[in-house]
Design a protein around this ligand. Structure first.
Ligand code: NAD
Length: 368
């Protein structure tokens, strides 16, 4: 049971965006509900879950009433809740599309966890459903809402490292539960690649602001291990970006927790280690002046996401990581799986337009 944090938010709920969170797993319980409570412009107005007992216990702990807890079958009843302007989908990947479409039909704005869908086609349908219903859609890419990742992007794009040549990134962790939804192809859409490797793909694209022109990958799937009957254990991949920039990534469900990003330019380099946890990110920059580690004010990544999406809703903006940004990663990951299957380099149609898949409204972040 979560501990009830202090309520630091002085704004009345009527001046904040009310969210219904769909799916009370670990992320919702440990991160999202507490993060919404420290958001300047958001709050949790309702919970949707199959486990009513759990939902009601959470509701009580967070000052919601039992009537704020809905089962999945009661989801459409949220249509009558004017105080619920947005729905946050935190379900297994295969359920994202169904719940985004149902939320959009009710006219609710949608914040959806990564990966946006099961593949690029699925994700495109999600984007189309929200466009048709004229609701806003944001892909919850928390690492595009941190001052550390923005400082890395500024260093790369501001020329501080000289001409950028190479990137590498690792995101690995050990998964032990062979029965988890993450290990089922039809629930997850893949193994570590769409779950954790996606952070490497997403942040490489983010720091460069461009899209890969070709990809190449190999994967290992030891099917005799019950964990890897349906999904891969590890993927090693290379992305070829415009200007001859090459980026390599490693992702796995079988190797100890590691999250890194490195960028090498002609005149300097940067290292983020760790690069992708919820807190404690470290950025080290090495240039002609030497090596130093910039410091940043304390913040919560999930609070920053809530703040940004709610600001877009309240002020009529377009999220920095809209649905199209979720589609862009799926395009790369689909091509990586194709490359691993065929053993060939897969060319991609790449837009040369900077930040082609991102919205116009940049997040306002602490320390920037
Ligand atoms: P979880 O297993 O902890 O919770 C999933 C929720 O979905 C639970 O409430 C569960 O009851 C419900 N559910 C409904 N139908 C289900 C089914 N058929 N099988 C299993 N559960 C079902 O999952 P999670 O770790 O919270 O992941 C949910 C989503 O959040 C995923 O898309 C995942 O990629 C994403 N996620 C993002 C981050 C991040 O840092 N942004 C971290 C963890 C998870």
């Amino acid at each position: 049971m979560p501990q009830k944090p202090d309520l630091p938010n002085p704004k009345p709920e009527s001046r904040r965006v009310g969210y219904a969170i769909v799916g009370i797993g670990k992320l919702t319980a440990d991160e999202l509900i507490p993060a919404a409570r420290t958001s300047e412009n958001s709050y949790v107005a309702a919970l949707v879950t199959s486990e009513e007992d759990k939902g009601e216990a959470f509701a009580r702990a967070f000052d919601l009433s039992d009537r704020d807890v809905y089962t999945y079958d009661q989801f459409e009843e949220l249509a009558d809740r004017e105080d619920v302007q947005a729905v946050y989908i935190v379900l297994p990947n295969s359920l994202h599309r169904e719940y985004v479409e149902r939320a959009a039909k009710m006219g609710k704005h949608v914040l959806c966890e990564k990966p946006l869908g099961m593949n690029a086609d699925d994700a495109r349908q999600i984007v189309a459903a929200c466009k048709k219903a004229r609701v806003k859609l944001m892909t919850a890419y928390r690492c595009q809402y941190t001052p550390e990742h923005w400082a890395a992007r500024d260093a790369v794009q501001g020329g501080r490292l000289g001409k950028v040549k190479l990137l590498d990134s690792i995101h690995t962790q050990v998964e032990t539960d062979a029965t988890a939804w993450r290990m089922k192809q039809d629930l997850a859409g893949g193994g570590p690649l769409p779950d954790v490797g996606i952070y490497s793909v997403n942040i490489m694209r983010f720091v460069l602001g461009t899209e890969p022109e070709w990809v190449f990958a190999a994967l290992h799937q030891p099917k005799s291990d019950p964990r890897f009957r349906e999904v891969e254990e590890s993927v090693a991949f290379t992305l070829g970006f415009p200007g001859g920039i090459m980026a390599t990534g490693l992702t796995s469900y079988g190797a100890a927790k590691t999250t890194t990003l490195r960028v090498l330019g002609e005149d300097g380099s940067l290292l983020m280690d760790p690069a992708f946890p919820y807190d404690g990110l470290k950025l080290q920059l090495t240039d002609e002046a030497g090596t130093h580690q910039p410091s940043f004010p304390e913040y919560d990544q999930f609070t920053q996401e809530f703040n940004h999406f709610s600001r877009c809703i309240l002020e009529g903006g377009t999220p920095w990581t809209p649905g199209e940004e979720g589609v862009a990663d799926h395009v790369v990951m689909d091509a990586l799986y194709e490359s691993a299957r065929t053993g060939k380099v897969v060319p991609l149609k790449s837009s040369r337009k900077k930040d082609a898949s991102r919205g116009p409204d940049k997040p306002q972040l602490p320390g920037r």
